[in-house]
Write a protein that binds this ligand. Structure first.
Ligand SMILES: NC(=O)c1ccc[n+]([C@@H]2O[C@H](COP(=O)([O-])OP(=O)(O)OC[C@H]3O[C@@H](n4cnc5c(N)ncnc54)[C@H](O)[C@@H]3O)[C@@H](O)[C@H]2O)c1
Length: 387
């Protein structure tokens, strides 16, 4: 008897849609086959020639019966609409990050998935499979780091040129994308932030709109955060800075983790620092430390690993590495940092989703921005994957 295969459709054949199609056609994900693709803009002939069913619109692929599951790889707003349409049609859904543009939309998508618990709903947060973050999570979850007191991520390594923004009419506009660096590049980092440390209870964002590029959305951000247990953090990001930095530092009561330049250092306090401070007999005494370099496999995260996990979840009920509903958290963090900056005040979480949606609608309605679009030749898009 032949083994059951999940028939996968890809909606959106831009940078990442083509990438997903590539590894699926190469057979890198077992027990599934790419059967259909949809895109209103991309040339469909080459896909037809490979034996795939092709559609000029995602909704048509969903209604076709050619797929059991879809990967939604369109601009962000359609993650919600197409994701809901696919779930309502009884298809399993993997949405690209961010799962939606704003929290209210994310909640709509999640509600559609909750109504159909027999369907698998995943989100493409492949960074969760990166060995470096897996190691950090293990150190935190096992208590090695003690209680987290401070989180700092300088993630200014998302450099993008002017032509990048001009390469798609939807990019970096309130109407087409709904945000900038926080919503396009940072969902991965914000997902890792909450995956490692949980959700903060307060965010104060400072977002510069079009600081480095001719765009109307944020491309330079500093966000201060507080957690319910009094831990604090700063998340700093930019698409305009070169060479840029990618440095993650997490301080706990039992030590400090620093991830930078492909090295993970754990400087461990022999004694919990709070205990030490309370019991030390000398004013300038410090806990003894051990410096440990934590090795990790440097191979890049594989989107295919998450897609394999999605297929395994459909066929065997394997737990998802990145369940779709957890995608609301990075959306909420991005929205909160932007909202706080726009209103000039700290924002308490949970974020008022309706208030943020109104603010975004206001930005769309008041936009006078004229988007320049240029045709860009084929570029190696995988260079955009940052760890
Ligand atoms: N996980 C990752 O590493 C990763 C990397 C890049 C992009 N992304 C995400 O993937 C999404 C797409 O990004 P991109 O860079 O590929 O954009 P892109 O502009 O290159 O491609 C989007 C494609 O979707 C198509 N499309 C729009 N509406 C559609 C519809 N209704 N039906 C079918 N196709 C439709 C467009 O014609 C376009 O070809 C974004 O949300 C982005 O955040 C994720």
């Amino acid at each position: 008897m032949s083994e059951k295969k999940v028939r996968i459709g890809i909606i959106g054949l831009g940078n990442i849609g083509k990438y997903h199609a590539g590894y699926l056609l190469e057979g890198k994900v077992k027990r599934c086959e790419l059967t259909a693709v949809a895109d209103p803009m991309a040339p469909l002939e080459p896909w037809k020639a490979k034996g795939l069913k092709t559609y000029e619109e995602g909704e048509k692929l969903i209604a076709s019966g050619d797929a059991d599951a879809v990967i939604v790889a369109t601009p962000h707003y359609q993650h919600t609409t197409l994701g809901i349409a696919a779930l309502e049609a009884g298809l399993h859904v993997m949405v690209e990050k961010p799962i939606s543009v704003h929290k209210a939309d994310a909640e709509r998508l999640i509600a559609a998935a909750k109504k159909r618990p027999n369907l698998v709903f995943g989100a493409m947060f492949q960074l969760r499979t990166e060995p470096r973050y897996v190691k950090i999570k293990k150190l935190i979850d096992s208590g090695e780091l003690g209680r987290i007191v401070r989180f700092n991520w300088i993630m200014t390594d998302w450099f993008r040129t002017e032509i990048y923004y001009a390469s798609g009419g939807w990019r970096a506009t309130w109407k087409g994308e709904g945000g900038g660096v926080l919503l396009n590049q940072c969902p991965h980092n914000l997902d890792i932030l909450q995956w490692l440390c949980g959700m903060p209870s307060m965010v104060r964002g400072f977002c510069q709109l079009g600081r480095y590029h001719e765009i109307e959305v944020e491309d330079n951000v500093t966000a201060y955060m507080e957690w319910p247990n009094q831990a604090v953090g700063a998340f700093i990001t930019s698409t305009g800075e070169a060479p840029g930095t990618n440095r993650l530092e997490i301080a706990g009561t039992r030590g400090k983790l620093v991830l930078e330049n492909d090295r993970l250092l754990f400087i461990r306090n022999e004694t919990d620092m709070i205990e030490f401070s309370k019991t030390a007999k000398a004013g300038f005494a410090r806990p003894d430390i051990w410096k440990v370099e934590i090795p990790f496999d440097n191979a890049p995260a594989q989107h295919a690993t998450l897609t394999q996990n999605f297929v395994d979840a459909i066929l065997d009920g394997t737990p998802l590495i990145a369940p779709g509903e957890e995608g609301v958290r990075s959306v909420e963090l991005a929205n909160a940092a932007l909202y706080s900056s726009l209103i000039g005040q700290p924002v308490q979480l949970p974020l008022d989703a309706a208030a943020y949606e109104r603010k975004l609608q206001e930005l769309i309605a008041n936009s006078k921005f004229q988007k320049k679009v240029v045709q860009v030749g084929d570029e190696d898009f995988t260079k955009s994957f940052v760890r």
